[in-house]
Design a protein around this ligand. Structure first.
Ligand code: PMP
Length: 436
C-alpha cells in the first residue's frame, strides 16, 4: 500500500495544478466534527468542506437515508419524469423558506449552476439584461457565475471574454468605512453611518439604468469576501430600491443558508424576502444539490424546455437533503448554532486581543457559525501562517478568505460545546505562536 506521502504525491501528479489546496492531507473517512487521514491522524474540522457538511460528517440519519435511497432509485431524469424524493424534499423545503410565497423550485447540482439559473430567470422575466453585484462577492466558477464574482482576480484571469452586463457596487463593509475608523465605538455594524445604499443608487445613475437592470445579486452575509454582515437596515433599503425600480432581488444563500447564521436563511435576520433565493452547500450535508426558489408567477414565465440538466435534483441528493432538514428539526440545530456562536464569540473576544502585538488589532464578526476574524495591520502572510500552524501543530482545519489576513470559522452546525471550545483553543494557540 502507498504511504500517505506517496498518495499525496500521486494526487499532486494527477490532479490538476489549477486547484489550490490548504493542505496535502489525504482524508479517508470522517465523522461528526472530525476527519481522519490515511495515516491515522485525526483533525478537528472548522471548514466543513466550505460550509457543506452542515449536520457534521456522515450524520447517521443522512447515511441511512442515502443508503435506502441508493437501493431504490439513483436517477430519474427531470425531463423524463417527476421523482418521489424530489417531491418529498419540496414538502420539507416549503415550510422553511423565508416566505410561503417562495414555493416554485428548480434544482441543480452546484451553487454556480443555481446562480446562473437565477440570472436566466431574472433576465427572461424582466426582459432586461444587466446585473448589479457587490464587491468581494463569490458566486461561482462557471463562466457566467465567474463573471458575477468579484472576490479575487485569479478566478477570472485569462478566462475572458466574460459575460457582459455585470456592474459592481461596494459591499456595505463598516470596518472599511472612514467614519467607523474615526469612531469605532460609535459606528458598529449594527449602527452604521455608511452610505452604502446611496452607492447602489449611484450605480443605477452612473453604470446601469434601472430600465436595463434585471437584478441585484447579493450574499446576505459576504462569504469568501470576509464573512461580513451588512448593517441592519441595509436589506430593507435594498428591497425598497429594487421595488421602486422594478429590479429583482436575488439572495445568494449558498454559503449563508441552511442555518449557518443562526436562522434558516441569513436574509431572515433583515426582515426581507428576496424574489429569487439561491441555495446549495449545507442543503444536503455533502451531496451535490443546489436549488433556486421564487414565486410561482415568476418561475412560470420561463418557457418550457429552457431549464433542465441531466443530473439536476438527483434522487440520492434529494434524499440526503430531506434527511438533513429532518435532522435540523429533530436535533434543534438552529438553537445549537446560536448557543455555540455566543460561546465562540465570547471566547474569541475575551482571549484573542491579548495574544496579538499592540501594533495589530482584530475584528471578530459574523452571524451564527459564520465567524470572520480579520487581523488589522497584520504582516502579509500572517493568517496563512496561522492556518499552517493550526494544521500542523494543533490538528485543526481552518479556511482563510479573499480579504487579506482574515480567517473564517465554519464548524459543523451540530458541533458540541466541548468541540467548539477545543477548536477555539487550538486556533488561539496557533495565533499565539505565530504572533510571538
Ligand atoms: N455562491 C456562494 C455564496 C458560494 O459561497 C459558492 C461556493 N463557495 C458558490 C456560489 C458556488 O458554489 P459551487 O462551488 O457549488 O458552484
Amino acid at each position: 500500500a502507498r504511504s500517505a506521502q506517496q498518495l499525496a504525491e500521486y494526487g499532486r501528479r494527477h490532479v490538476t495544478h489549477g486547484i489550490s489546496r490548504i493542505s496535502s492531507l489525504v482524508i479517508e473517512r470522517a465523522s461528526g466534527s472530525w476527519v481522519y487521514t490515511v495515516d491515522g491522524k485525526k483533525y478537528l474540522d472548522f471548514t466543513t468542506g466550505i460550509g457543506v457538511v452542515s449536520t457534521g460528517h456522515c450524520h447517521p440519519k443522512v447515511v441511512k437515508a442515502v443508503q435506502e435511497q441508493a437501493a431504490n432509485l439513483h436517477h430519474a431524469q427531470v425531463n423524463v419524469a417527476f421523482h418521489k424524493p424530489m417531491l418529498d424534499l419540496i414538502g420539507k423545503l416549503k415550510p422553511i423558506m423565508p416566505s410561503p410565497e417562495l414555493d416554485s423550485f428548480f434544482f441543480a447540482n452546484s451553487g454556480s449552476e443555481a446562480v446562473e439559473a437565477a440570472i436566466k430567470v431574472a433576465r427572461y422575466a424582466t426582459k432586461k439584461q444587466n446585473v448589479i453585484v457587490f464587491q468581494g462577492s463569490f458566486h461561482g466558477r462557471t463562466i457566467g457565475a465567474m463573471s458575477l464574482t468579484t472576490s479575487k482576480t485569479i478566478y477570472k484571469t485569462g478566462f475572458g471574454p466574460l459575460m457582459s452586463g455585470v456592474h459592481v457596487a461596494p459591499f456595505p463593509y463598516c470596518l472599511k468605512c472612514p467614519a467607523h475608523y474615526a469612531a469605532p465605538d460609535v459606528y458598529s455594524i449594527a449602527n452604521c453611518c455608511n452610505n452604502s445604499i446611496d452607492q447602489v443608487e449611484l450605480v443605477l445613475k452612473q453604470q446601469t439604468a434601472p430600465q436595463d437592470t434585471a437584478a441585484i445579486l447579493i450574499e446576505p452575509v459576504l462569504g469568501e469576501g470576509g464573512y461580513v454582515p451588512p448593517p441592519n437596515d441595509f436589506f430593507k433599503k435594498l428591497r425598497d430600491l429594487c421595488d421602486r425600480n422594478n429590479i429583482l432581488l436575488i439572495a445568494d444563500e449558498v454559503q449563508s443558508g441552511f442555518g449557518r447564521t443562526g436562522k434558516m436563511f441569513a436574509i431572515e435576520h433583515y426582515g426581507v424576502v428576496p424574489d429569487i433565493q439561491v441555495m446549495a452547500k449545507g442543503i444536503a450535508s455533502g451531496f451535490p444539490l443546489s436549488a433556486i426558489v421564487s414565486k410561482k408567477e415568476l418561475m412560470d414565465l420561463q418557457l418550457p424546455g429552457s431549464m433542465g440538466g441531466t443530473y439536476t435534483g438527483n434522487a440520492v441528493a434529494c434524499a440526503a437533503a430531506k434527511a438533513t432538514i429532518e435532522v435540523f428539526e429533530e436535533e434543534n440545530i438552529i438553537d445549537n448554532v446560536n448557543e455555540r456562536s455566543t460561546q465562540i464569540f465570547s471566547l474569541l473576544k475575551s482571549k484573542l486581543p491579548s495574544l496579538i502585538p499592540s501594533s495589530m488589532s482584530v475584528d471578530i464578526r459574523g452571524l451564527g457559525l459564520m465567524i470572520g476574524i480579520e487581523f488589522i495591520n497584520a504582516p502579509s502572510g500572517f493568517v496563512n501562517a496561522v492556518m499552517k500552524e493550526a494544521l500542523e501543530k494543533h490538528q485543526l482545519l481552518l479556511l482563510t478568505t479573499s480579504i487579506y489576513e482574515c480567517i473564517r470559522l465554519v464548524p459543523p452546525l451540530n458541533i458540541s460545546a466541548e468541540e467548539a471550545e477545543d477548536g477555539v483553543n487550538r486556533f488561539l494557540k496557533a495565533v499565539e505562536s505565530v504572533a510571538a
